[in-house]
Design a protein around this ligand. Structure first.
Ligand SMILES: Cc1cc2nc3c(=O)[nH]c(=O)nc-3n(C[C@H](O)[C@H](O)[C@H](O)COP(=O)(O)OP(=O)(O)OC[C@H]3O[C@@H](n4cnc5c(N)ncnc54)[C@H](O)[C@@H]3O)c2cc1C
Length: 247
């Protein structure tokens, strides 16, 4: 069984009323970008643990995680209150197959995330692997409001560093926002707006999709892609769609 180690909170950045980032010093075992670990606190005498994707790149310290404070959420409402110097349990061993190692050869990688589901992609993009493997990397990031759209400086830096190899498309669903498509990802995929705006056509020979976050987005996008001839990616039968549901 994976063991717990004690991490020390270095920073807690409150971005909005319900989004925050924890930076944690913890000497965890090495992990692959896209994997998750578990964080835990002892609450009323019980160890409450939940999985969280690494946002920071493998090998970098402190570890970084991006959180949504779930309404009545048991653990997230305790994590949000942590301050520098506080302890938090971190599972030493990372888990998960939502990694670039699981992706078959392809030319164009679409990384599609909602809310905090952007985290594993930021970890992957901070490594060299996607830039060495794919001709184009498209990051699609859907949030409710423009304020919820975090990590813009990091995303801008990818644009500066990678030029035309990197394409970014923001979606903001609950208000009009600059540099964003309105509404939700599945609707824009169905109407052709997503491809038109990004300037890249989906193609079963070239494209792969990694989907992360809200399970409704994941299932709706998966169904739309299947209708266009894309298949789920499985180890035994490689395909085009690799997904991680956050709940
Ligand atoms: C593989 C994996 C990786 C994950 N990585 C992250 C991460 O990097 N950041 C993160 O914030 N959460 C992540 N989660 C979700 C996380 O594990 C918890 O479910 C979440 O923090 C809520 O826990 P809680 O105890 O506060 O709420 P609970 O009392 O357990 O309530 C859970 C409910 O909260 C809502 N919810 C859970 N997660 C989210 C979310 N991210 N955004 C919006 N609503 C949500 C859902 O309605 C869910 O039913 C991940 C989940 C999985 C399975």
């Amino acid at each position: 069984m994976a063991e717990w180690i004690e991490g020390i909170v270095v920073d807690n950045i409150h971005w909005t009323d319900n989004l925050f980032t924890l930076k944690i010093d913890a000497g965890v075992a090495s992990f692959n970008a896209g994997q998750f670990t578990s964080l835990a606190l002892d609450i009323d005498g019980e160890r409450i643990a939940r999985p969280y994707s690494f946002l920071s790149a493998p090998g970098s310290q402190p570890l970084e995680f991006f959180f949504y404070t779930a309404t009545d959420g048991v653990l997230s409402n305790e994590l949000v209150a942590l301050t520098p110097g506080d302890s938090v349990y971190v599972k030493n061993q990372a888990n998960g197959f939502f990694t670039l190692q699981e992706i078959p050869e392809c030319e164009e990688m679409w990384m599609i995330g909602t809310g905090t589901g952007i985290a594993p992609f930021l970890s992957m993009l901070a490594t060299e692997e996607p830039w060495q493997r794919f001709k184009k990397v498209v990051l699609v990031y859907a949030t409710r409001t423009a304020q919820d759209r975090r990590y813009q400086t990091m995303i801008e830096q990818f644009k500066i560093d990678r030029g035309d190899q990197f394409l970014f498309q923001s979606f903001v669903s609950r208000e009009a926002a600059t540099n964003a498509l309105p509404g939700r990802i599945p609707a824009a995929l169905e109407s052709g707006k997503l491809e038109a705006n990004v300037g890249l056509e989906l193609d079963t020979e070239r494209s792969h999709f990694m989907l992360c976050g809200n399970p409704d987005m994941v299932s709706e996008v998966t169904e739309l892609l299947k209708a266009r001839g894309f298949r789920k990616n499985r180890r035994r039968t490689p395909g085009h769609i690799t997904a991680e549901n956050y709940w």
